[in-house]
Ligand binder design. Sequence first.
Ligand code: ZN
Length: 475
Amino acid sequence: MKPTKFTYLALTLVFLIGGFFFLLKSNQAQQTAQVKKSNNTTIEHSKYEGVDIKSAISDEETFHSAIHYPIFQEEALNKKIEKSISKIHNNFREEVSIESKKHLKENPATLLVSFDIYEAADDVYSIVFSEESYVNGANGRAKTKIFLVDTKEGKFIKQHEIFTDDRKAGEKLYLLLNQQFKSSKDYRDYYFEDQLKERIKDNSNLENMYLTDKSMNYKFGKYEVTAGAAGMPEISIPLSKVQDLLAPQWKKRLKLQDNIKEDQSNPEAQNKKNENNKLSAQQEPTAPAPQSGKQVALTFDDGPHPQNTPAILNLLKKYDAKATFFMLGSRVDFYPDVAKQVAEQGHELGNHTWDHKDLTTLPAFEVQDEIKKTDYAIKKATGIPSSAYRPPYGAFNDQVKNSAGGTPVLWSVDTLDWKSKNPNEVLSIVKSNVGDNSIILMHDIHATTVEALDKVLQYLKSEGYHFVTVSEIQA
Ligand code: ZN
């Protein structure tokens, strides 16, 4: 089946150093034949033809920012998206500039821009941006911005073009949304009907709409139509319920004359399916016969990565080592074949959430969603469910434990590989901190970590360690 969705939020919060404005101007994206890297910007191919992904990450004393956005082959598309991204970034910088430096040094501001992409029809994509920022303490912001893109024509599609009569469509969509908000167990307690009505009056509700190949979806920013506890609410309406509103060419384009597929992209429907796959931090009984001597668990977070993860797998094979990979669901969805290789080579599969959010800042249902969606992606890609989870930043509380279904796996040796990007420093941290049953934290998204791993494996082997999964250590 053709995949319909991925979320990209790769290195999120693995902040590096470098200039950001400079990167936005750089424009060599779409011609690259392979992954390119310059300072803190990376460009990766996506599984969608003609769509690359650019990530710009910066880590300053007073703020951290991580911005991910798609690059198309048509310059006109890129210009508009980059303009929108620049605006977000400039606003953020402005907010940061008026804050007290002293305060920011203690509590740096953060900006995170990520996106989901959905293939709605041939050459039609929905790009759904989420912008989350945090400048001073309480006022976290979470907004969304949607682009509908026609890659064949190289242009954007305005939401109202999809309908025969956008006014009438607005009225009916309001009724459908209102009904769904009121009946959603996740949102009904936080929903503000008046605010939704208000948005519809000026017709701006259409801006929150995007299409998948099965549904018409709505995504709202935090506080727009619900209380903050509901996060950024998303509602999914099957195309069958709105097809009478669509302009004839869109009915055709979305292949609505044929049969309407069951909506599998609806996260709620997906969650129901996943309820049987309850995540457990317990280990599957796959451990080999116990060996004597010292053991360590090597763990790799934030992948999979199309080049570096396979390189790491090769090294592990060379040293006959087993490891644990705490993967991001968004990246598994993006690189299912790499995730499959990890599983096929007998390593343990760990859940590192969908897109690397701090779980302690989310309502319980979103924590569940982060974990379940990821577990579903891992199982879909590899055939095997994850058998451990590690919350991003090691951040958890009782609510996270209850919602994620168990005790998280943290680490005892932090190599800081993402920070130093220096194989010798990684080795020296391991040398001075490792002991029997250590759990070592690394990230399989950096090329320098591949280099470091060769040295680390060599050293640990010479010290008599053997390499097991985290579940074996904790058993
Ligand atoms: Zn991580």
